[in-house]
Design a binder for this molecule. Structure first.
Ligand SMILES: Nc1ncnc2c1ncn2[C@@H]1O[C@H](COP(=O)(O)OP(=O)(O)O)[C@@H](O)[C@H]1O
Ligand SMILES: [Mg+2]
Length: 254
């Protein structure tokens, strides 16, 4: 089981769009895939037409020990091999609840261990913050996928994340940035992308600014489902190919 988080300290950079599209493509490729919507705003839950309610809410979920504490909460989607753990508005209180339990940074990995046999790939759609929840994310994932709009400020935010991880003993956690909502007509976008071209951590694929991605809110579907021929859909497919290679996984294989 591989666990990856779509994470950035900034909001509105394409974390949720990335989660929904990459999660869909992972399942389409044959991986048993789970998306966990950790953002109380519940955007990825919305895109999959699922009610943003975890029955019993956060309290019940966090108390769950042993057995399969997530099973009551996970929902199927319209797509084969793709399940979703919906957002719950009580997540808003998750940080304070996590502050009260011991080894809170291990909470998420403990939860996911219970479904390790059921999924090949797990995507975490994260809220834009450094919090107790995100600390648990950092201690759980195999890599952080960081969508970035190519601006000077975004690069600075990435440096802040790197130094935060370094000072907290998590310097080995792979950070994999990719550019999203890219407008090649903008000089700053072109320049920023050229600047990091030689850095291996960045994916070669970028996600262009595209009306098809904006349309997801209306269609409530991954782009590939309703606009498969578009550049945006192809970009997500290429990006998934790169991610799959970095994770060293292949469908039906190890
Ligand atoms: N590639 C893209 N092209 C155009 N609009 C995009 C693209 N990716 C995301 N958006 C739009 O930008 C907004 C923020 O995207 P979202 O994925 O929700 O970001 P985050 O989860 O990081 O807050 C949404 O309205 C979404 O429709
Ligand atoms: Mg989001």
């Amino acid at each position: 089981m591989k666990v990856i988080a779509l994470y950035n300290l900034k909001g509105g950079v394409g974390k949720t769009a990335g989660t929904v599209n990459l999660g869909y493509l992972s399942a389409l490729a044959g991986f048993r895939t789970l998306i966990w919507d950790l953002d109380p705003q519940g955007a990825s839950t919305f895109y999959f037409r699922i009610k943003p309610k975890v029955s019993g809410g956060r309290k019940k979920l966090m108390k769950g020990k042993g057995g399969h504490p997530l099973d009551d909460h996970i929902r199927g989607t319209d797509f084969e091999l793709l399940d979703l753990m919906p957002a719950d508005f009580s997540y808003r209180k998750m940080d304070s609840a996590l502050d009260e339990i011991k080894k809170s940074e291990r909470w998420l990995s403990r939860m996911l261990k219970s479904v390790a046999d059921e999924y090949d790939v797990i995507f975490l759609d994260c809220p834009p913050s450094i919090s107790t929840t995100s600390e648990a994310v950092f201690h759980t994932v195999d890599a952080l996928l960081v969508p970035m709009i190519p601006t000077t400020l975004s690069v600075r935010t990435l440096e802040q994340l790197t130094s935060h991880l370094d000072t907290n003993g998590l310097g080995d956690l792979p950070i994999w940035p990719f550019f999203s909502i890219v407008d090649r007509r903008k000089k700053m976008h072109r320049e920023l992308m050229a600047q990091v071209e030689s850095q291996d951590a960045y994916f070669d694929t970028f996600i262009p600014s595209a009306s098809a991605v904006e349309q997801m809110g209306v269609e409530r579907s991954p782009v590939a489902v309703f606009a498969g021929g578009t550049v945006a859909a192809k970009s997500y497919l290429n990006l998934w190919g790169e991610i799959q290679a970095r994770l060293g996984i292949s469908p039906g294989g190890a």
